[in-house]
Design a protein around this ligand. Structure first.
Ligand code: SMO
Length: 695
């Protein structure tokens, strides 16, 4: 069963509209929730008159920040040293610290009534009392070797500076929470990646017992990092249910999510690479700056950490000097978004490598093969402390070149260029560390031979239930149809961290695997059914997926439009449980990576107003925007977890932007255009071409 491309057993029901999402959960006479949001990034509320709203028929209550004093704070994964505390305001006021921050909340019999009531609230917002505290909230430096000497000795030094726009993760289902109140406790349906964390964080913030909370992540319509942490609006919904002893529901609109759900990326990075006369890398210097809003989601420090510590990627560079800083702004809260710093690390490194290739007169494949860790060099501890576990990096590059037909592509590019076309080829090598820590599984083998697998990991539509059933079917030699997988429910599933950081199969799957192995061993020793095994599994370290992508494209001289003609992926996701799911992850990740490279950007005007408040303005890629994607794989099992799996959920979002960026700049190289920041829209490309033509 392991290694077979079964289709997702849960997909059919969702496709037919038979799924259960938070908006579908039946509640008894719930109060519906709507938030008045700050129209400015920063300010002070001089007056906030809610009486008229409170008096409207159908309005049950209106709350402001004064009602929510003394609550606890969200915990933060301190992957970087934290330099100062941040707050976790549930409702903003009197100080407003962020655009779109909720400053008043209406609870009403229906959503339309709640929304109407917002119109009856008139906030008087004046200049903020204090300026934005722009001191970094976290920072770290990594230094090894004599970087200054290496730069002094270098035959060439190349430099790159990149400004990544902020991106809106935009899962199909927005943020949503439904809270059922009863005397004995709350049942909470939450569209989340981390149901157990929802329970523990709510208990901590609201000072209540975790045992009084039952959290269910039902069908979750995508998340991409945006639903890995609790939002103030969601804490408010639970607080309101407790306060009013009523059930409460909140489902964010698309506009609310674009404005106030976490944004990803937004990082700026600078790098310098020292290269010797043979094109060997000597030293890397990098400076990363990651924006954060006024409060930190659980994983709020991850992007700034990953964007730095994943450098220098898969390359063997003896000296590094890398600094990262996480710096506040008031444009909106940022957090993890599929890739979470990995794409930023890949883009910086891969641009530097292409520049170095140009300067050294080497082919992009040649310079990469010369500088990645040699075959047989892994495991390898990098200067930033990462243990690259398994793989063959030069082999991945060679096999990508062969699979893509690189020599033919080079010949075609030459012909096209002779004809005056702007033809480009881009290559990128990437690393994808998957998460660390624990996940758990409780596997029950019943007397009738059926098996139930309760996992602490959760799913958001990526087929976890099917993959875990494949593991159990393989180890226990039980028919696939006799296996039931439960996840996403704190009432029926053992603890877990959840579905993020490409950890589900590597860690959650390993817990299932080990529980099944123990059951099998007991059975072979003659034990009778029923049997139960509980496993809490902690991996030995991160599994490092990697790969190399190639993109061939043409830029239209007249319009600046990019037409991708070929996309070839070569990935190592370790031991594969379900190859079709792996390819689905790569394809979906590639689509999001293409969106990042070519079209997506959260844009604010100079006053801090959001200009991309709807999907008419924020450009998500559509099916017609995607080229055919050829996916090739290899399997070097990870040594870091029981299954030997590596994450692949983020591969496409890491490899695609770097490869597309390199390909577009390769196409524009004959014009002398050597830098454009993403997204590479026709307008930006056209403007850059024109600037060259007129100078
Ligand atoms: S950005 Mo992912 O959900 O760790």
């Amino acid at each position: 069963m392991i290694g077979r491309s079964l289709s997702d057993a849960t997909a059919d029901a969702r496709l037919r509209g038979e799924g259960l999402f938070v908006a579908d959960v039946a509640l008894d006479r719930p109060l519906h929730l709507a938030f008045l949001r700050s129209p400015v990034p920063r300010g002070r509320i001089a007056a906030l008159d809610v009486d008229a709203a409170r008096d409207l028929p159908g309005v049950h209550a209106v709350h402001t920040s004064a009602d929510l004093q003394g609550l606890g704070k969200l915990s933060v994964n301190a992957v970087l040293p934290v330099l100062r505390e941040t707050n976790y305001p549930i409702l903003g006021g009197p100080e407003i610290t962020c655009l779109g921050q909720p400053i008043a909340a209406v609870l009403a019999d229906t959503t339309p009534v709640a929304l109407d009531a917002l119109e009856a609230i008139w906030p008087d917002i004046v200049e903020p009392a204090t300026p934005l505290d722009a001191r970094p909230v976290a920072a770290k430096t990594w230094r090894t070797g004599d970087t200054a000497q290496a730069f002094a000795d270098a035959a060439h030094v190349v430099e790159v500076e990149l400004a990544h726009p902020r991106l809106a993760p935009s899962p199909m289902e927005g943020r949503a929470i439904a809270v059922e109140w009863s005397e004995s406790g709350l049942t909470i349906w939450h569209s989340t990646q981390t149901p157990h964390r929802t329970r523990s964080e709510l208990a901590q913030i609201l000072s209540i017992k975790p045992s009084s909370l039952h959290v269910i992540a039902p069908d979750v319509g995508g998340a991409f990092g945006m639903k890995a942490s609790l939002y103030p609006e969601e804490v408010f919904a639970v607080w309101a249910a407790l306060t009013h002893k009523r059930s409460v529901r909140w489902c964010a609109s698309r506009g609310e999510d674009l404005l106030s759900a976490t944004h990803g990326r937004g990082i700026t990075s600078r790098g310098r690479l020292a290269v010797d006369a043979q094109g060997i890398f000597l030293a890397l210097e990098a400076r990363i700056s990651a924006p954060v809003g006024p409060w930190l989601p659980n994983s709020g420090l991850i992007p700034g950490w990953n964007a730095a510590r994943i450098l220098p990627g898969g390359y063997d560079i003896p000296s590094v000097d890398i600094e990262t800083e996480v710096v506040p702004d008031a444009l909106g809260v940022t957090g993890i978004y599929r890739g979470a710093g990995r794409p930023e690390a890949a883009c910086l490194m891969e641009r530097l490598v292409d520049r170095a290739a140009q300067t050294s007169g080497l082919d992009p494949f040649q310079i990469r093969r010369r500088n990645v860790h040699a075959s047989g060099a892994l495991p390898f501890r990098t200067a930033t402390g990462n243990l690259l576990d398994t793989g063959d990096y030069p082999d991945a590059l060679s096999r990508l070149a062969a699979a893509a037909g690189y020599d033919d592509l080079l010949a075609r590019r030459s012909r096209r260029r002779e004809d005056g076309a702007l033809s480009g080829i881009g290559v990128a090598f990437y690393l994808e560390p998957s998460g660390s820590g624990f996940e758990s599984a409780c596997v029950t083998w019943a007397e009738d031979g059926r098996v139930s697998v309760a996992s602490g990991s959760s799913s958001q539509g990526h087929g976890r239930e099917t993959a875990f059933a494949q593991i159990a079917a393989e180890i226990l030699e039980v028919p696939f149809k006799d296996i039931r997988v439960m996840q996403g429910d704190t009432g029926t599933c053992p603890p877990g961290i959840g579905a993020l950081a490409s950890r589900g199969t590597a860690i959650g799957g390993s817990a299932v695997f080990l529980a099944c192995e123990r059951l099998r061993a007991r059975r072979l020793r003659g034990a009778a059914l029923p049997m139960v095994e509980n496993v809490r599994y902690e991996n030995e370290g991160q599994a490092w997926g990697y790969g190399a992508y190639l993109v061939a494209l043409e830029v239209d001289r007249d319009t600046g439009a990019v037409h991708i003609e070929q996309a070839t992926c070569f990935d190592d996701a370790g031991h594969l449980i379900n190859p079709a799911f792996v390819e689905g992850q790569i394809r979906g990740g590639f689509a999001q990576g293409l969106g990042e490279a070519l079209m997506e950007a959260v844009i604010h005007d100079p006053d801090g107003q959001l200009l991309t408040g709807s999907l008419m303005d924020y450009a998500l890629p559509r099916a017609v925007d995607l080229p055919p994607i050829a996916i090739h794989k290899t399997e070097h099992p990870s040594s870091m977890n029981a299954l030997g799996a590596k994450g692949v959920g983020e591969a496409g979002t890491i490899g695609a932007p770097a490869a597309i960026l390199n390909a577009v700049l390769d196409a524009l190289q004959p014009l002398g255009v050597d830098h454009i920041d993403m997204p590479l829209t026709p307008c930006k490309i056209w403007t850059a071409m024109r600037a060259r033509e007129t100078t």
